[in-house]
Design a protein around this ligand. Structure first.
Ligand SMILES: [Zn+2]
Ligand SMILES: [Zn+2]
Length: 286
């Protein structure tokens, strides 16, 4: 009996190796960080490959991104870790003290209550997000969404969030890109919650129509802090105020730079009666 199953497994591994060799010959795998060819990796089988939420954050990120980044890019993957600002989640320049409020959160009022990010928007993460957002690499949505989900479980109590929503794109940009990169990343959350055994108390609604972008603004890239704020002012509106009223909402976006976009979304949601607005972004600019 053992011999048969071992032989079957060996044959399946061989078939998988040949299949992948053929696919690699025609469509070689490319690292989404540096663009170089990926080295050949051993085939992993079994269902226990998903790292646990309790794993070290850097180790976790490396394991999740292993299929899409080469070993060199993985070695330097910049993650957000303490000390951070407990309000906006920004990694603090001084690595000496513990978590404390950053200068911006002390001097400027934030519209959201708490923001957290998985990665620092630097190094291979820049190219990875660029590839996902502008080169239609939607296959990245699941691993990137897994990092977001881990950040959620690490910093939030699922019982304290009623609904999760993505920062919306304007209809014109949605037509150009064909997908909302933030929304795609949360699409697999219920599936992930089920896989990790979190579904028992899972009451979180993924809602993609409550918030809308009424103004087609120019991209924030290249604008300074003041210009970003002005550019995005009044760009969002709530299309379903009844949904937002009294709910504790979690906003998702790909990158947080100055926080101007998130602030505008949070203001609109609070105007519609939200009971709370928290934020998770995949990456955080320093
Ligand atoms: Zn690479
Ligand atoms: Zn802060």
């Amino acid at each position: 009996m053992w011999k048969t199953s071992a032989a079957t497994r060996k044959n399946a591994d061989l078939r998988a190796r040949i299949g992948r060799a053929l696919i690699n010959a025609v469509f070689p795998e490319i690292c989404h960080g540096c663009g170089r060819f990926m080295p050949e990796r051993p085939i992993q089988t079994g269902s226990g490959r998903d790292p646990t939420v309790q794993a070290d954050k850097r180790d976790f990120a490396r394991r999740v991104l292993e299929p899409v980044l080469c070993p060199d890019c993985l070695a330097d993957i910049p993650i957000v870790d303490s000390p951070i600002c407990p309000c906006c989640g920004r990694p603090l320049k001084s690595r000496q003290d513990g978590d404390h409020m950053c200068g911006r959160c002390i001097t400027e009022k934030r519209s959201f209550s708490k923001a957290r990010s998985a990665l620092v928007y630097d190094g291979a993460v820049l190219a990875l997000i660029h590839s996902y957002k502008y080169n239609s690499r939607t296959c990245l949505a699941k691993p990137l969404g897994r990092l977001l989900y881990e950040e959620f479980i690490r910093h939030f109590d699922p019982e304290e969030i009623d609904a999760v929503m993505a920062v919306p794109l304007h209809a014109r940009r949605m037509r150009q890109r064909g997908y909302n990169q933030a929304l795609l990343m949360i699409r697999h959350w219920p599936e992930m919650a089920a896989e990790l055994g979190h579904l028992q108390n899972w009451k979180i609604i993924c809602h993609d129509r409550a918030l809308c972008r009424k103004a087609h603004t120019r991209p924030q890239t290249g604008l300074d802090r003041k210009a970003r704020k002005k550019n995005i002012q009044g760009a969002f509106d709530v299309s379903e105020p009844g949904f937002c009223k009294g709910r504790r909402l979690l906003l998702i976006d790909d990158v947080m730079t100055t926080g101007a976009t998130i602030d505008e979304c949070a203001k609109a949601l609070y105007r519609a009666g939200a009971a709370g607005v928290s934020v998770i972004t995949l990456a955080r600019a320093l």
